[in-house]
Ligand binder design. Structure first.
Ligand SMILES: CC(=O)N[C@H](C=O)[C@@H](O)[C@H](O)[C@H](O)CO
Ligand SMILES: CC(=O)C(=O)O
Length: 309
């Protein structure tokens, strides 16, 4: 067994959990962690986009990962996204992550100012040095971060012994191949996570070891099944399931409300898990959006009946 096997599989991106007042809810965090353990996923990716990290304080993010770890330790692989857009706060979260025993930390590049690559590398390396015994995963999501992981920046990051993988959310699946090849050449073994949930089968086909995704949380069984079909070489069924999953995602994205608000409503309907709403400026559900969420929830149930029988 390789030391990177713990990253290979289905890793839902953890949703932000709020109470009725919109404060971070430790009870919600623990309930969501238990939900994922029960579903049998490989791990969780905490405090990322789906965790609404850019709208949260350093203290809130510490509270979240502490409560995840209290339940998940020894049961799930835990990756904590620690980027705060300034080195100081990110370093603080990296240190804290190591102190609570996460498997890996992850980071997007700094956003807003277009920084030179040497500044981005220095940012990531300083964060990583603050968690010297913890794996580091680069998060490439150029369409939101505004900066892409180029092959030259990637090559620079290969010098850091703690960098074990890339979560690739760019749209070209070819990027997965390039990071996989260059990562293997540099390190022997290297993990690449598929980002866009809508092209999970394509990402896996070209070399992703698994995926981290924002919609896995509302349908973990379907993504676990999808991964199984790929491993079993059942290409046609895998493609059919991917198409059905994508219809669910398009439905989730069709409401006036933010997709994560819809995701949380689906969890309330299908799983009796209550994580509150989303934090402003993200849009919460209006009455009409509840119908959209209910339709998506029903589509998930139907797909489970179809594929998991
Ligand atoms: C842009 C973005 O947020 N991408 C996420 C991470 O890669 C995905 O998991 C999406 O949430 C998902 O594919 C739905 O579009
Ligand atoms: C969606 C995702 O992967 C994230 O939370 O960053």
């Amino acid at each position: 067994m390789s030391k990177l096997d713990k990253y290979k599989g289905i890793i839902p991106a953890f949703y932000a959990c709020y109470d009725a007042e919109g404060n971070v809810s430790p009870e919600g965090v623990r309930a969501l962690t238990r939900y994922y353990i029960d579903k049998g996923v490989k791990g969780v990716y905490v405090n990322g986009s789906s965790g609404e990290c850019i709208y949260q304080s350093v203290e809130e993010r510490k509270l979240i990962i502490e409560n995840v770890m209290a339940v998940a330790k020894g049961k799930l692989t835990v990756i904590n996204h620690v980027a705060c857009n300034n080195t100081k706060d990110s370093v603080e979260l990296a240190k804290h992550s190591e102190s609570v025993g996460v498997d890996a930390i992850a980071s997007i590049p700094p956003i807003y100012f277009r920084l030179p690559e040497y500044s981005i590398a220095a940012y990531w390396n300083e964060i990583s040095e603050a968690a010297p015994n913890t794996d580091f995963i680069i998060y490439n999501i150029p369409q939101l971060a505004g900066t892409a992981l180029t092959m030259s920046l990637f090559a620079e990051m290969m010098k850091n012994p703690r960098v074990v993988g890339v979560k690739n959310s760019s749209m070209p699946t070819q990027d997965i191949q390039m990071f996989k090849s260059a990562g293997k050449a540099a390190k022997g073994e290297f993990v690449v996570f598929n980002g866009p949930d809508e092209q999970f089968v394509a990402g896996r086909a070209i070399g992703a070891d698994g995926g981290i995704g924002g919609t896995y949380g509302v349908m973990p069984e379907l993504f676990l099944k999808l991964n199984e079909l790929i491993v079993a070489g059942e290409r046609d069924t895998a493609a059919a399931l991917q198409y059905d999953i994508n219809e669910i995602i398009y439905k989730m994205c069709s409401s006036h409300a933010n997709m994560y608000a819809v995701a949380k409503e689906i969890l309330r309907i299908n799983e009796n898990v209550d994580l509150g709403g989303v934090r402003k400026p993200l849009e919460n559900l209006q009455e009409a959006d509840k119908a959209v969420a209910a339709e998506a929830a029903a589509m998930i149930k139907a797909a489970k009946d179809k594929y998991l029988a």
